[in-house]
Structure formats: structure tokens, C-alpha cells
Design a protein around this ligand. Structure first.
Ligand SMILES: [Ca+2]
Ligand SMILES: [Ca+2]
Ligand SMILES: [Ca+2]
Length: 171
């Protein structure tokens, strides 16, 4: 009886994997989506938390543009750890160590100016693999006050903050 039961289970499992295979092959995004997890796993630190924020030019953690354990008030000014990344980043990761200032705030404007829109990435969210799915907070000043713009290809500065400092989060 045990042999028959085991055979039955094997056939069932095979049928499931065969039926699932065509869908996976037709979905290259499914392959891309594992890239951020691979990048996360590759960080050599306890719990993969080395205290840094990581950024990529393209979605799915592709084409790295830098990493920083501090704040950077201008992603395009040629100084600090983030130098040539303004208005082009499409995926981000929070490898911050847990506790205190462990949330990363990303701003549309330089100098951490939250009034023109920002969004925060909690350490427990790990990463955002495609920022085109996320918007900054609504602007509170300027001609576009009340509007919320896409966070994709738009971030211009970042700062380590606490969760209590944010009301808008990357999800
Ligand atoms: Ca900079
Ligand atoms: Ca981009
Ligand atoms: Ca910007």
C-alpha cells in the first residue's frame, strides 16, 4: 500500500509542475523578480544587514549605482557615496541594521526636502524591485501642490530616519 500511495503522490506532483511550467516560461518578470533577492542574499553581514542603502538604475536590482551607510543630500553633485544617480534609480534596498534610524527616506528633491514628495523604505520591507509601482507623498508646496508623482527615475536625495518620521512608505 505504501508503494502505491507514494507513486500516486509522485504522479500528482509531476502533473502540477507540468501545468505550472508554461506560465512561468511566458513570464520573464518572474525570473527578473528573483534578482533583488539574490542581491539581498549576497550581502555579507549578519542577517544581510550591513547598514547600507543600495540603489540600482533599473528595476529588479539591475545595474548598481551605489550604496551608502550615511545620508546623501544630492544624488547628482559628485560628492558623498551617491554621485551620479539623480532621477534615474528604479529599485532600492534597505540593508540597514535594525533599531533607531533604520528607515530610508527617498526624496524627489535634493537636501531632504520632504515638501516636494518623499517615500520611506522600512528595513522589514527589504527592497522595492520596481519603483514605477510607487508614488512619493503629495507635494505640499509649489505649482504641483496636492499632486503625488511617481518615485521612478525621480529620487534626488536620501536620509536615514525613523519609522515615526514617515507617513508614506514604499510597498
Ligand atoms: Ca552625492
Ligand atoms: Ca531607471
Ligand atoms: Ca528628483
Amino acid at each position: 500500500m505504501r508503494t502505491i500511495t507514494a507513486t500516486g503522490l509522485t504522479i500528482t506532483a509531476l502533473a502540477v509542475s507540468l501545468s505550472a511550467a508554461p506560465a512561468a516560461a511566458a513570464d520573464p518578470v518572474g525570473v527578473q523578480a528573483t534578482r533583488c533577492q539574490q542581491e539581498w542574499d549576497a550581502v555579507q553581514a549578519p542577517g544581510h544587514r550591513d547598514g547600507k542603502v543600495r540603489i540600482w538604475q533599473d528595476a529588479f536590482c539591475t545595474n548598481a549605482l551605489g550604496h551608502d551607510e550615511n545620508d546623501d543630500r544630492d544624488w547628482g553633485d559628485g560628492t558623498g557615496d551617491i554621485k551620479k544617480a539623480t532621477n534615474k534609480v528604479s529599485s532600492v534596498m534597505n540593508n540597514g541594521t535594525l533599531g533607531g534610524y533604520d528607515v530610508v527616506a527617498f526624496y524627489d528633491y535634493t537636501a531632504y526636502d520632504w515638501r516636494y514628495g518623499y517615500t520611506c523604505l522600512k528595513p522589514g520591507e527589504y527592497y522595492a524591485d520596481d519603483l514605477s509601482n510607487n508614488k512619493f507623498s503629495e507635494r505640499t508646496v509649489g505649482e504641483h501642490a496636492g499632486k503625488a508623482f511617481s518615485a521612478n527615475d525621480a529620487i534626488s536625495s536620501h536620509k536615514w530616519v525613523t519609522e515615526a518620521d514617515c507617513t508614506t512608505f514604499v510597498d
